[in-house]
Design a protein around this ligand. Sequence first.
Ligand code: GLC
Ligand code: GLC
Length: 815
Amino acid sequence: MRYGYFDDTRREYVITRPDTPLPWINYLGCEAYFGIISNTAGGYSFYRDARLRRVSRYRYNNAPFDLGGRYLYLRDQDSGEFWSPTWQPTRRALQEYTCSHGLGYTIIASRYASIAAEVRYFIPLGENLEIWQLNLKNEHGHPARLSVFSSIEFCLWDAQDDATNFQRNFSTGQVEIEDGVIYHKTEYRERRNHFAYFACSEKPSGFDTQRDTFLGPYRGWEAPAAVERGGCFDSVANGWAPIGSHQIDLTLMPKETREIIFLLGYHENPADQKFDPPGSQTINKKTVLPVIRKYLVRSNANAAFEQLKAHWDELLGTFQVQTPSADADRMVNIWNAYQCMVTFNMSRSASFYESGIGRGMGFRDSSQDLLGFVHMIPERARERILDLAATQLPSGGAFHQYQPLTKRGNNDIGSGFNDDPLWLILGTAAYIKESGDWSILEERLPYENEPGTETPLYEHLQRSLGYTLERLGPHGLPLIGRADWNDCLNLNCFSDTPGQSFQTTTNKDGKTAESVFIAGLFVMAARELAVIAQRGGLREEAERCLAAAARMEATVLQHGWDGNWFLRAYDDYGHKIGSAVCEEGKIFIEPQGFCIMAGIGLENGHALKSLAAVREHLATPHGIILQQPAYSQYCLDLGEISSYPPGYKENAGIFCHTNPWIMIAEAMAGHGDEAFDYYLRINPSAREEISEIHRCEPYVYAQMIAGRDAATHGEAKNSWLTGTAAWNYAAITQWILGIRPEYDGLRIDPVIPAGWQGFKATRRFRGNTYVIEVKNPSSLNRGVKKLLVEGREIPGNLLPAVAPEAAVIHVEAVL
Ligand code: GLC
Ligand code: GLC
């Protein structure tokens, strides 16, 4: 069952009924000011950091889930009837409803009582504000006397404190109202130099800024007292819960249309120019008013919207494909790339599943996310790498996350995840392959952001490798530490106390438990660093990296191979995890993917055996499960993984992030049909028709789909902020379609279904645009036999990087 449809030409997903199984959301903003918006206008906004600079409130865990947002109310002043054109919060049955989520904007259109309404929400480029453009049309045969009520509930900035520190917060709220603009200035009198504002293009006939006056005692957002009675109370918030609401009265003649613009924004003043006049407590509005005035003008708002569209066209234009699969095209050309940009901005911090309070930018997560956006915004990828590296510890280890506002690492969600530092090598390698910019390695960066400790980035990467080598266990495999990629395989935790955090508790000294996954990751990273060292003329270092990789590979083959698949780990007792000898958790997906991607077992047949085992034990129609059999009970020695009921999350869920590793491994083995088959199983567009089972948005990947052991097998959760986005993008574009940036150029090595007659792609790469046509006349999976560049055949399958001339280069590849 579907709840909408893809409009590929407009690059939108159009939702046709408001009661989607879960809030189907979109992101607004791509620079500093951001918002989350659901298909019923639920959600919230923030400036740069969802925890420390939250502009509007949102309650997680609410009932309904999707409540709190950018709401408007329309009231027919003659009949007294009122409704919300975005359905929520009044939930009046609308006669028509569509929500079009586009790239950086959302348009909700509806009709009720012969009033057509459309609201367009977006954030202009380069500004810290959002525009709500409301268009109304009277479709009655008689004049309509309407009142429009806007509403936003302000957050008192620190989202965590806002939700907990009531003894203080019920007394701090402050607003100013001037010329119809509502200013939220809580804590502005003291150390904050920022405020929020809510403005409107029409002269309001009333306003409210005190939530409980607007709503009335014991009432919620579905029927505010002000709306019900048809008039605001002109309340001024002193403490309690500051909100913004404007009342606009208008009469629309038959067929008449009217546009009203609302602006919600964030603004900073220099510390010594906060007040006007100086010495007063009145906000200095000199720099904010020009911005407000500008965007309350319709033509300026429309121009900003066109710029936003052009911005996305430009970004997505980096890579466009035409394949025999509409699901692949739509994801590659639009939604997967878009999701990658969202993970660039948010990492794992803010979604409807991530409260923006608990997690900042993950070290491991952000390094992997790079793989999905580096081709669109190489300069910002560069900056991200430098930010991450500057938080690295002198030991080569990493903070697990940093706060975007301060760019400082912290241990709030644990430390000592021994895989963390290695991802930085892969991220940096991806950046150099895309950009050809070797100079990044010479950038001098501190450790722990401590001035005076700077070394070139190259040394940071070296220390990353060293960190693993200095932490090997009894079998010579890397010690797992807190956990590896699988946050929930906590082999040193041994927690038996309710509520203790698996992420921060350690009861073992951590000198025994080892990870085969990290071993695979290490081999891959060490080989990348060897190439990088070699290029830098550091031959000996290159050899040392290669030797370390070879030793680790040999160790994996000796102690990490279980006979039919790669082992997962050794626990604190030195027992195997992910082995046929185990009762549960006999086989795990992660080492199969990573060892093969690192090249281990490709020559001796292990890779093929491992892939066959994945197919036999882990593959389901909804994707590939993380491990089998699921752990049926809590195991002290395994940690959080066994805390989840079978089939969910890390305990045998389909953890989508890992599926592309198998797709890539299949592609490396030359299995184009298998790789693409796995690709489609979790492709959200391909799952659109089972939306009632999948439940999450059909246009973006979710972190998890419930596994075979779950009561709700096939149900997705935690959409949007997941490494699934970047890895799937890499799997389909670089390994299946096989258009892969390498240090010296663009490799063309498709591994596709034999049934495909070919495909076309346009790829911008280092200043030129390659228009590529792949032909598959002999129905093969792989193997470029002939490569023509501008009609001239060249040997091999690498398009050598050439001078950036903004030229169009035509390429034909024949399998
Ligand atoms: C979450 C984390 C990621 C981790 C994964 C598996 O997605 O953000 O860092 O690798 O879970 O536990
Ligand atoms: C929980 C989640 C896991 C996530 C981790 C880090 O363990 O299950 O997926 O990565 O928290 O916050």
